[in-house]
Design a protein around this ligand. Sequence first.
Ligand SMILES: [Zn+2]
Length: 547
Amino acid sequence: MRLRIAGGAVHDPANGVDGEVRDVCIDDGRIVAGLPAGAPTLDARGMVVMPGGVDIHSHFASSSCNHARRLIPDEHAADPVAAPELLEGELQARSGTGGTVPSTFTTGYRYAGLGYTTAFDAAVAPLLARHSHAELDDTPCVDGGIFVLMGNDEYLIRQIEAGERDRARDYAAWLLGAAGGYAIKIVNPGGVEAWKIGQRNVNGLDDAVGGRVTPRAILEVLTDVANALALPHPVHIHCNNLGVPGNAATTLATMEALSGRRAHFTHLQFHCYGGEPGKGWSSGAARVMEYVNAHPEVSADVGQVMFGPAMTITADAPVEYLLHKSSGRRWTNIDIELETGCGIVPLAYKDKAAVSALQWAIGLELFLLSRDPWRMVLSTDHPNGGSFLSYPALIQLLMDRSVRDERLRQVNPGLLGGSALADGLAREYTLNEIAIVTRAGPARLLGLRHKGHLGLGADADVTVYGRDADIARMFSTPRYVVKGGLLVVEEGQLRRAPLGHRLRVAPGYDEAVLRDLRRHFEAYSSVRFENYPVRDLPGVPVPLGQQ
Ligand SMILES: [Zn+2]
């Protein structure tokens, strides 16, 4: 249980360490100040040492992912994954399938093989949370949690409609605990409900959904709820009008509506388009970044698009209908009673397609125009913008301007007029900035006090990379990965696959809400109230209190 990682160049930005050569000592799953001289040692001289990666926004453990897996048997046939050869005494190794939505065990193995040790599934309907927890149980090597969808929830909409803000807060607190969730997620506030009642979608913050509530009201109430409950992560927002030309205006209006309040805006790339519906697209990244840079209460992850196959999985069901119509690809639409919807369409981003090239450029612009890497962190919205396996190639684009410019010359430039990237962005990320956007930043935004850093008492999640002039290769095959003090990757090979811990919250609430809620269940739900909460959740809730 003891290990000294000796002589590596340590990048631990949360503790102000930028490439200093020093030892990292581990005892009983935690980082400690030192170890006796005879402790087991791993020679990391000449290598780069960082905390384990933290994925703030991914889709890998949910009923929706399972639907997506069913949609793509061709991908499974193309990427069979044999069980890894683990050391004796380890949990049984499992075979699986890869592709854009790998099977559960393969997801855990591949995250670990990439040096990631924590990941959150960013969109789980509370009714289907039980399924997510079962999948997380089968996703080894990563500590994980789920964000709970609330932005189109019938009971919540009723409370907002009736002006019952306190009851909305008590309900959200109860729902987080009942689902074993970590954060509040809003997807296209009101728009999914509009789709479900045949209204197609909402277009802006003040469109009334079924004449009842506006997206603005849903956003305000849930943002305040997350902050009032002091959840470790603020409200996690997927704005209205995803993927629509001109939606940068909606995104800015949403940020302004919540001005002064902590809020996280997810896969911002999909919400930064200039132009107008029916009249073409352009980049709106510079305009949005001007606002983000000036407003410390705003944080975001990028949702970078990477060229190649992807799988779009989202609660934003109306968007998927449009994507299906425009791409001609397979489509699934799912209704989750009283709570939300879901749509799934497989997709490929092609560098010769003008819109894909614009999306790719906008994501890079967000990274390169961001003045504070702690508030603009890395994601591809796996697998929506591309698989998490493409993170190393993305890191290379950020760190190496010559590779980026070469790639830029190969893409369709049709919509890149006026884009900051096409005009030339010289910035190259440093190793420390990469450490911020892939681990220290996400951990801080998530309020994970023991993750994303290598200070005393931190979880012993550590990744050791061999230096390589080819940055993509360096980040795609770490030499060593330590998870919770256990060496899971040795010499680039997965050797152990421990179960991860569950990250969840259980905020307090006024129990008076339960009486009303029970009546609601009896009147409308096909599930009995008693059977709704997930039981026997593993681990203990994470303490509340925002950073
Ligand atoms: Zn997402």
